[in-house]
Design a protein around this ligand. Sequence first.
Ligand SMILES: [Zn+2]
Ligand SMILES: [Zn+2]
Length: 155
Amino acid sequence: MQRNIKMQVEAKKLKRKSMNYSAESITATLKSKGLRVTPQRFAVYSNLLSRSDHPTVEQILEELNQNFPISSLATIYSSLQVLREVGLVQEVLLEEGVSRYDANMEKHHHFRCSSCGAIEDIPSDRIEDLNLDKLRPDLKVTTYEIIVHGLCDRC
Ligand SMILES: [Zn+2]
Ligand SMILES: [Zn+2]
């Protein structure tokens, strides 16, 4: 489901609530999912929690290697895989063939800038529920996501 809307993004409002995740709370969250807390899992998860730009694996690697130069693509992939399996991280596919990652697990939609590619979360209460009554009756809808295309405030 895609709509082309030129939308002035209210960047401030769309930014996620200020995120102050302490090392203790990140460790506790990982443990609460039954995960062993490894430096890699910790680094990948705290990196994703600290940003809302839906990075690719390469972008996570680039940032982690600035202060944690022991990461490789393979270790980041495997950390992401584990974090996805326990529901702490989701894969977001907004462009063909590009996997991005998101630690926001609340139901939300996405805005993607057609010019610079920036991606922002749109809280689901910002978009009215769609009327899905006219779908083929045999289809049982469980969830849906909207991708809004347009230009961001920097473009
Ligand atoms: Zn843009
Ligand atoms: Zn998102």
